[in-house]
Design a protein around this ligand. Structure first.
Ligand code: ATP
Ligand code: MG
Length: 418
């Protein structure tokens, strides 16, 4: 906690220092956008952006540690006391023909720069040297009213960049704000017109990840479904269902767990299998291999826990309970069937008394030492011996080796060595 406050204070101090240096050079410079919004709400911004009338080459002259990151947009990244801060020249965006980037930008003033931003609460500037807020778009009133409102004509602003639909949902969920009516209507219309199709799957996947890894994830899910953005985001059908499992996850639940919970919330009896749908979501959201694996395994384990679990033997239960995704699957189950989840938890506690995943008594090397020839049958023998160990039927290495030899002999000459 203490270190976090210090890190944030340092970050802000670094940003203010850049503003001071720009001002000393005769330029107008403000903190801009999200960091102003967050501070007015009493939150610590995670990143700072500065907007200035200094041209990129002038920024470059003032700060040795400045690098272009969006050359055509006049965006520089300045390193100050180890912190990286975006410094962007005030600009007016030209026509968007690709629904993502303006074809051209013109350097301009603070008022125009505010007007190109997405929502009024994101269009504020702060002059930290005089401690004043510069508000060209009515952002303060909307912050007070807890409202997400597009700057300018909502339809036009969404047509420029369809991702703004998802940003509206993310901010509404995160801050518990309402999306203002005309903006919400425009989102519905734009969603129905397929505007999200013009947005790259990378950007969509990133936005959904940010929504679902935040404690407000269930509200985000509601909004996405309510505005009928869900089918385009998830590449499936539109569903208006209560995201109950999703809403009952702990605040810090991983992305893959949240996806699995929401997928089950949205499941209907005549659907394709959850694992088929998980693969479709993985492609639509460009999930990392780790997230895709986590999603699929959580669903598989959840499926076992809500089905065949009580009939599994000790070894199979222990093997399952030792899986990294077991706890996540159990958390999801607790969101829909608390009773079964409590039973499973009790059973796992019982199993853990004799160790869920002890180190194996023997390995492949031991099999070679007793004269068995390495081959595909090794795995079968080792698995069977480990099962016996998990069941509690083996006391030591010698017994494990004896069992291995017995299994290998009964499997015929293929497994037995010379
Ligand atoms: P957070 O960083 O908390 O997600 P943010 O509002 O700071 O929220 P950033 O992506 O850091 O979002 O962008 C900084 C600012 O740039 C925003 O506050 C907004 O003014 C502007 N901005 C960002 N993305 C867009 C967009 N797609 N369309 C218009 N303006 C945008
Ligand atoms: Mg930001």
């Amino acid at each position: 906690m203490g270190t976090q406050a210090t890190t944030h204070d340092d970050l802000r101090a670094a940003a203010v220092q850049i503003v001071r240096a720009l001002a000393a050079g005769g330029h107008v410079a403000y903190l801009a956008g999200g960091c102003v919004r967050d501070r007015l709400m009493g939150l610590d911004p995670t990143d700072y952006d500065i907007a200035t009338d200094a041209r990129p080459e002038q920024v470059q002259k003032l700060f040795r540690q400045a690098h272009y990151v969006g050359e055509s947009f006049g965006v520089m990244l300045v390193r100050q006391h180890g912190h990286l801060i975006h410094v962007a020249t005030f600009r007016t965006d030209g026509v968007y023909s690709d629904g993502r980037h303006p074809d051209s930008v013109t350097f301009s003033d603070a008022e125009h720069d505010a007007a190109r931003r997405d929502f009024t609460i994101n269009g504020l500037f702060e002059d930290p040297l005089t401690d004043t807020i510069i508000d060209h778009v009515g952002g303060r009133a909307d912050l007070d009213a807890r409202s997400i409102r597009a700057i300018g004509l909502p339809e036009a602003r969404l047509r420029e960049d369809g991702l703004r639909m998802l940003r509206a949902v993310r901010f509404a969920a995160r801050f518990e704000f309402a999306i203002e009516e005309a903006t919400a209507d425009a989102i519905r219309t734009a969603a129905a017109a397929g505007l999200l199709r013009g947005v790259s799957r990378e950007r969509i996947g990133e936005e959904l990840k940010r929504m679902l890894t935040h404690p407000s994830r269930a509200k985000a899910a509601w909004e996405l479904q309510d505005l009928e953005l869900d089918h385009a985001v998830l590449d499936g059908a539109h569903r208006l269902v209560a995201p109950t499992r999703l809403g009952r996850l702990p605040d810090d639940a991983p992305y893959s767990t949240a996806l699995a919970a929401w997928l089950l919330d949205r499941s209907q009896p005549d659907d394709e299998s959850p694992s088929d749908r998980a693969l479709r979501w993985s492609r639509a959201l460009l999930l990392s291999n780790a997230d895709q694996h986590g999603l699929c395994r959580s669903l598989e384990i959840h499926d076992t826990l809500s089905g065949s679990w009580p009939r599994l033997g000790i070894a199979a239960q222990k093997r399952l309970a030792a899986q990294p995704e077991f706890e996540q699957a159990l958390l999801i189950l607790a969101g829909s069937d608390q009773e079964t989840a409590v039973e499973v938890r009790g059973r796992v506690r019982e199993l853990a008394r004799t160790d869920l995943a002890p180190p194996p008594l023997i390995t492949g090397d031991d099999l070679i030492d007793v004269g068995l020839a390495p081959g595909p049958a090794f795995r079968t023998v080792l698995d069977a011996v480990y099962d016996a160990q998990l069941e509690g039927g083996l006391g030591n290495r010698a017994e494990a080796l004896a069992l291995a030899r017995a299994i290998a002999d009964s499997d015929g000459p293929a497994a037995a060595g010379g």
